[in-house]
Ligand binder design. Structure first.
Ligand SMILES: Nc1ncnc2c1ncn2[C@@H]1O[C@H](COP(=O)(O)OP(=O)(O)OP(=O)(O)O)[C@@H](O)[C@H]1O
Length: 282
């Protein structure tokens, strides 16, 4: 008996993305396996968000190919879940938490019949329960805290049971407890459902225990490998084309010399390895 190997969750071959004559990255080959967690790092403007937008089908590649679960990238693909950056929502927004989560199922699979509506509501309820948002699911989203809103965004991204979860700095402006909560929710889904995760971040320390590989983009150059392979003084100096030092300080990675020295965030708890990452913003 032969067992079929599942298609990679994400597959890029010779991928190039340019806006006009500005190339963000080119020659990018990347296969992300189901259940793999890839952190996407790099300074401002290196094309991290553009990579996610391309995978969402919002921005076309200039060259090469991109597939999600074996099919070419396209807009509105139910195999893709997306957690955007944390932005506070307008207090007057006439949208309840469960409506926000419901947006994650409307549009593709569910019809308007009563049965479908019941199924849809059950799926939305399950997603709300999974992120522990039952007590505020009926409140207007604008009245909720940043952490509560972000948990609902996680529920919205997961409600369609996507094969790939694209996360754009989902921990930004969350306190440590909520960073833990949100990264734990993402990780539980990854482990339980084999969902692949592409996680854009400026700060690897809070997620380092979860990271299988790192894609580090700097000014058109990139490296892909495990955190231990990529987060070294040698590799980062080559990427930044200047002397960069990676220090291991009390279980955290501290990167010095990329341009400025903003300590973006504090560490977030238990680390699996003896290194963590504090990244300077370039
Ligand atoms: N639609 C667009 N048209 C032209 N240029 C764009 C467009 N979208 C983004 N850019 C430019 O491409 C570059 C990369 O942007 P992108 O948002 O992907 O970077 P990033 O690595 O996510 O940055 P940050 O860390 O600041 O979020 C930036 O210089 C940006 O101004």
């Amino acid at each position: 008996m032969t067992t079929e190997t599942p298609a990679p969750a994400v597959e890029l071959h010779g991928a190039r993305l340019a806006y006009g004559d500005r190339t963000l990255w080119s020659g990018l080959d990347l296969e992300v396996a189901p259940g793999e967690f890839v952190a996407v790092l790099g300074p401002n403007g290196s094309g991290k968000t553009s990579l996610l937008k391309m995978l969402l089908g919002q921005v076309p590649l200039t060259a090469g190919t991109a597939h999600i679960a074996g099919s070419p990238v396209r807009l509105g693909n139910p195999n893709v879940g997306y957690i955007p950056q944390q932005k506070s929502m307008d207090e007057g927004l006439p949208l309840r938490g469960r409506d926000l989560v419901g947006l994650g199922v409307d549009g593709h699979r569910w019809g308007t019949g009563l049965r479908n509506r019941r199924s849809r509501n059950a799926v939305v309820d399950a997603a709300i329960t999974e992120v522990g948002a039952q007590s505020y699911a009926d409140a207007p989203v604008g009245s909720l805290s940043g952490g509560e809103q972000q948990r609902l965004r996680v529920a919205q991204a997961l409600v369609g049971d996507p094969r790939v979860l694209l996360c754009d700095e989902p921990l930004l402006s969350l306190d440590l407890a909520n960073q833990h909560r949100v990264s734990d929710l993402i990780n539980r889904r990854r482990v339980g459902h084999g969902t692949a995760v592409l996680f854009v971040t400026h700060e690897i320390n809070p997620i380092l225990p979860l990271v299988d590989r790192v894609l580090y983009l700097v000014d058109g150059r990139f490296r892909i490998g495990t955190a231990a392979e990529v987060m070294t003084s040698e590799v980062l100096s080559e990427l930044y084309q200047t002397d960069v030092e990676v220090l291991h300080v009390r279980g955290r990675l501290v990167v010095v010399g990329t341009g400025d020295a903003i300590d973006a965030l504090g560490g977030a708890g238990e680390l699996r390895t003896d290194c963590a990452h504090h990244e300077d913003h370039a």
